[in-house]
Each structure stands twice: as C-alpha cells, then as structure tokens.
Design a protein around this ligand. Structure first.
Ligand code: UDP
Length: 387
C-alpha cells in the first residue's frame, strides 16, 4: 500500500490529522498500539448495558467555534452541563467552590454575590502572581478550603502537593461568587450521541484511511517507508528512547480504574463525586449511568486510583519536567517532516477541545488554504481519470 502520511496513535490528534489529510486525497496509515481507536476517549457498552468510558469520563466543552463546528460534522451532540460534587467533612458540596459550598462547609448564610466576595476577601491570601498550585488556591479561596478540598486531592492525583506543581494545574478550577454549580463555563458543553467511539469511527471512515490496531510503531518502524510526513502522538521521551531520562525521568500519571456493578438503580446522586480527603485512596467515583440519563437495571461505578506506573495519561506540569521535556523538544524540532502532536508528544495537559484545535491548526499551517484547494482539485481530476 502506498502511504503519504503516517500517523502514530488513533486518539484525537491522530484522528483529526488523518481525516484532514484523507480529505485532500492523501493516503493515510494509522498505527495504533491499543486494540481500539479513540485513544483515551474510547467508550463501549458494558455488561450492565451502560455506555462507559474505559479511561475516565470525557466531558467536551469549548469556546472555539471552529472546533465546535468541526466535531458536529461527525456526530450529533446533546447538551450536557457537567457537574461535580465533592464529599468533604461528610457533606456533599459543589466544586468549583460557590456560595453553596461555603454555606454548607462553614455554616454560613451567604445569599448574594457581594457577601460571597466579602467572604473570599476575608479568607483569601493576597498573593500577586502565584508561582505554584498552592499559591494559586490560597490566593483564590484561602487556607481552609485549600486544606479541605485541594491539598490532599492533589497529593492523591499527582503524588505531589500543590506547591510542587505549576499554578496552571490548580487554576483549571475556578471560584464562583454565585450559585453556578457547573464544572465548566464554556459556551458549548455537550456529549456525542452514541458515544465517543462512534464519533471517532465517523471521523476515520474515509477510504483513504487505513488503521492497523495492536501495532506498536517501534516494532515495525523499519518496515514502513515511502511516506512524506510522520505525525507522532505518543510520549515524546519514548520516541527518543528515553535518552534524556536516564537519571530524571519525565513523569506521567496513570489511573487504575476499578469498576464495580452495584445492584441498585443509582449509587450516588451525581455522575462524579470527588473525594478530596485522605479517608479513601481514590480521587473520585464516576457513575456513568448519569451521563445522558441512561436506563438500566443495575449501575456501574468506577473508582479512580491515580498511580505512577502503567499507561501514561497525564503529563506532570512542573519546572523539572519542563526542563527535561525541553531537551527532547529541541531534538524533535530538528527532525524534518516529523511532527509531535497532542498531550503526550507535547507533554502538555490539553483539554479535548485544545487537542482538536491544535491538530486542525497544524494541518492548516502545513497545508495552507490555497495549497489545499489546489491539491483537492488535482485529486478530483485523478479520480475522474481513473473512473
Ligand atoms: N483538584 C482538587 N480537588 C478537586 C478537584 C480538582 O484539588 O476536588 C485539583 C487537582 O490538583 C486536579 C486539578 O485540580 O488535578 C485539576 O482538576 P480537573 O478536574 O481539571 O482534573 P481532570 O479532570 O483533568 O483529572
């Protein structure tokens, strides 16, 4: 088979690039190490008849019109405003912190934005330009909420305390001065009807795209030739055989998902309940049946234990890892026609919409609009002649 573009990994970045190149007439080969497409978005119907995600809940949210338009080409989406509840001091409270959170945890009686702002002003610590995750949280909500909701959760999630992580990690969670209990505030918040795997099947369903599952690129790379571009979406250090990681390894966090069937209609009142305390080892329990209000006789719950061995899911954003990453990146930048795309190859904690956007932007940068139209026109001609 003649291959123009070789893509390693069938997650968001790989699928988008494959679709874009296929659309301009290029022959694309995707090599995927796992036995399925869709990367960490992969979902399936489990033994209880419930659509569950193999690698944790994926909530799509974006303010990017272009990304929203793009994903709508491949699936219908239903509105889903995600909410998270945290179990703190035996009480279930909203996260992000809002008026209800403070009232419940501190027996306050706040009822207006003004009062909530006053409460935060009294409790927060004035830190200009927070330098790490701890300072980021203290400057927003102060030490008491830091201790109750962020310190131990972060230790469980990252095996690091917030002061050992970039401020950006904890800045993902806003603070609300009203009753808004949505996890995100983006314009578009939705889930694909039928699930993410179906969405990916659609993105990848082009005759120019060929996918080899259960195929590790590093086992076969010497046998594939003739392609003019390579897009690599795996961990960057693996690509370079971990050469800069001999003493200080580039760190990743993985998750051990422990699934249980509960013989009840529902186990908990919300799709996600976080456990920010030390009383349990898991960070959260996901009950998938809530997503899209699914019907089933039983329910499936999944406890998430974050661990440092296993498949890499999260890069660990801090100074030390950034320095190691930069050494790999320098090397990566020197390679011609090889591109590093996505969360693992860029060692960045991207949200799903950013991953879509980065892949779309990369394609545009490489192929440009005028070039694209020209190629499409030529391809059309070729197809015509063959017929
Ligand atoms: N976090 C926390 N307590 C919570 C939820 C989040 O301390 O109840 C911190 C934690 O460090 C986490 C980060 O905020 O890693 C980002 O949370 P997010 O929910 O965005 O993480 P993800 O869903 O991507 O795992």
């Amino acid at each position: 088979m003649k291959v123009d573009v070789l893509i390693i990994g069938a997650g968001i970045s790989g699928a988008v690039l494959a679709e874009r190149y296929a659309a301009i007439g290029k022959k694309v080969l995707i090599l995927e190490k796992r036995s399925h497409i869709a990367g960490n978005c992969y979902d399936y119907i489990d033994e209880n008849g419930i659509l569950v995600s193999k690698y944790g809940a994926h909530l799509f949210h974006t303010n990017e019109e272009e990304v929203w338009k793009y994903v709508n080409k491949f699936s219908e989406w239903y509105d889903w405003e995600h909410k998270v509840i945290a179990k703190v001091d035996g009480k279930l409270v909203p996260i992000p912190v809002n008026i209800t959170t403070v009232n419940k945890l501190f027996n306050e009686n706040i009822s207006s934005e003004e009062e909530m702002k006053d409460w935060l002003e009294k409790n927060r610590i004035d830190i200009q330009d927070p330098q790490n995750g701890k300072e980021a949280v203290l400057s927003k909500v102060g030490p008491e909420l830091y201790e109750k909701m962020f310190r131990h959760y972060t230790k469980k999630q990252w095996d690091k305390y917030p002061e050992e992580l970039d401020a950006s990690v904890l800045d993902r969670i806003p603070v609300r001065t009203n009753y808004d209990d949505r996890y995100f505030s983006d314009k578009y918040q939705a889930l694909p009807k039928g699930g993410y795997t179906k969405l990916f099947e659609k993105i990848l369903s082009h005759p120019n795209i060929h996918i080899e599952l259960n195929t590790d690129y590093f086992d076969v790379k010497d046998k594939i030739e003739g392609y003019s571009k390579l897009f690599y979406t795996g961990p960057i250090d693996r690509f370079f055989e971990f050469k800069y990681s001999l003493e200080d390894k580039l760190e990743y966090r993985s998750i051990n998902f422990v699934s249980e069937t509960v013989n009840k209609d529902f186990f908990q009142e919300n799709s996600v309940v976080n456990y920010p305390g030390m009383e349990v080892e898991y960070t959260r329990i996901i009950e998938y049946k809530h997503f899209g209000h699914q019907q089933a006789g039983k329910t499936t719950i999944v406890k998430e234990f974050t661990v440092d061995t296993g498949e890499p899911y999260y890069p660990v954003p801090n100074q030390k890892n950034r320095e190691i990453y930069e050494r790999y990146k320098k090397e990566a930048d020197q390679l011609k026609d090889i591109y590093f795309v996505g969360r693992l190859a860029n060692y960045k904690y991207f949200n799903m919409d950013q991953a879509f956007k980065n892949a779309l932007d990369l394609f545009k940068n490489l192929e440009g609009k005028s070039k694209r139209t020209r190629i499409a026109r030529n391809e059309k001609k070729t197809v015509h002649r063959v017929q």
